[in-house]
Design a protein around this ligand. Structure first.
Ligand code: AMP
Length: 365
């Protein structure tokens, strides 16, 4: 590997190489957006069958902690980003010694651990569900006693799409759920009787520029996102508050790139932060058709040091995920909206195979 550290003190010119760690559908859509801006992309993935490999010729297949291959990748790229957060933070830190990496290892590490993430959000003065650290069966019992009869035990790390989570209704159940996690450090959260779930997808540039998309309302089924709808039922003040929450988080992390903040809307209208995703997000896929600058282009712009694009929405939109065997109806789905298929060979249950966005005339700007 070249030992000199590359810098990006001016915007990356067309023809430059954006490295993307992770080759799933998010990496694929990022690579497509980069191509549209005249930038090249190189995908680093730990298996050969990554959906993103189908859209760019520049590929490295190696484990995410292979420092030698990461070095080769750093040499090829002018700037590096990532598309999923369950990466070894030390690998990203290693890359960052040789090539600019956005968002940085700090933002990744902060959001990889639910305890540090929620504590960070709380310190910013933002609201979350009540949460307690659980590292022992006794702590699981004790924490349950501080809740109002209902909670969710979550592993601190490596949870997604409801994995590593258990709803608990008694101290015994909290203890049993902790035992089932086989000693993995966890947090116990109070159960929120939300009126709906929403999210805000936003971008921050290196100079602090900020752009937020309208927050969609999100419906989940079996812990997997089913659909995102804009406009949501949030009123104007809540929309402004959601965007302000994202701005506070982005500024506090000195974040560069697109990120998402998942929110619970409480029965009384208050917004509680559930989770921060340091990447483009499934609840922002509708921006491809409904906005001048999609979340994918926005992320590429931010990490390449380009001016941020306009996040304004010119249509109402409903984005539905195509999950597992639903993809076999691709020909009828193709008739009913903007169809995106991710090029995955096997339609396993629960696997996100594509999405469909339907636009409607703008009702509420
Ligand atoms: P998470 O992995 O934290 O994003 O949680 C996945 C989903 O589980 C959320 O989108 C909610 O539908 C549900 N959930 C998570 N935490 C809570 C909570 N404290 N109260 C109620 N529902 C929750």
């Amino acid at each position: 590997m070249n030992s000199a550290m590359k810098t990006l003190d001016k915007p990356l010119s067309p023809g430059g190489m954006v490295g993307i760690v992770g080759g799933g559908q998010l990496g694929r859509m990022l690579a497509l957006a980069a191509a549209r801006l005249g930038l090249k992309s190189c995908i680093y993935n730990d298996t050969v069958d990554a959906p993103a490999f189908q859209v760019t010729p520049n590929a490295i297949v190696a484990p995410y902690d292979d420092l030698e291959q990461l070095g080769t990748f750093a040499d090829l790229c002018d700037v590096v980003t990532f598309e999923f957060e369950n990466l070894p933070a030390h690998a990203i830190a290693h890359l960052a010694q040789h090539v600019p990496v956005h968002p940085g290892a700090h933002a990744l590490a902060m959001t990889q651990d639910r305890l540090t993430e929620k504590s960070f959000v709380e310190k910013l003065g933002l609201k979350t569900a009540p949460f307690f650290e659980v590292s022992s069966p006794a702590q699981a019992r004790e924490a349950f006693g501080k809740l109002h009869g209902k909670g969710i035990l979550k592993t601190r790390r490596f949870g997604y799409d409801g994995k590593g989570q258990a709803k608990v209704m008694s101290a015994e159940q909290a203890e049993q759920a902790f035992a089932a996690f086989k000693g993995a450090p966890a947090i116990l959260e109070g159960f929120v009787d939300f009126s709906c779930e929403a999210s805000v997808v936003a971008a921050r540039g290196a100079g602090g520029q900020f752009a937020a998309y309208d927050p969609p309302e999100n419906d989940h089924e079996n812990h997997i996102l089913r659909r995102s709808t804009v406009p949501s039922r949030l009123n104007e003040a809540q929309v402004d508050e959601a965007k302000a929450i994202a701005r506070a988080i982005g500024d506090a992390l000195a974040y560069v790139g697109v990120f998402a903040v998942e929110l619970f809307v409480g029965g009384n209208g208050e917004l509680l932060v559930n989770e921060i995703a340091p990447r483009v997000h499934n609840t922002g896929h509708w921006t491809i058709e409904a906005c001048q600058c999609s979340q994918f282009e926005q992320h590429i712009r931010a990490v390449a040091g380009w001016p941020l694009g306009d996040p304004a929405r010119h249509a109402d939109a409903v984005m539905e995920n195509i999950i597992g065997a639903e993809v076999h109806a691709w020909d009828s789905l193709a008739k009913s909206g903007a169809l995106h298929l991710y090029g995955k060979a096997e339609a396993r249950p629960g696997r996100k195979m594509g999405h469909l966005t339907r636009l409607k005339p703008l009702t509420k700007p």
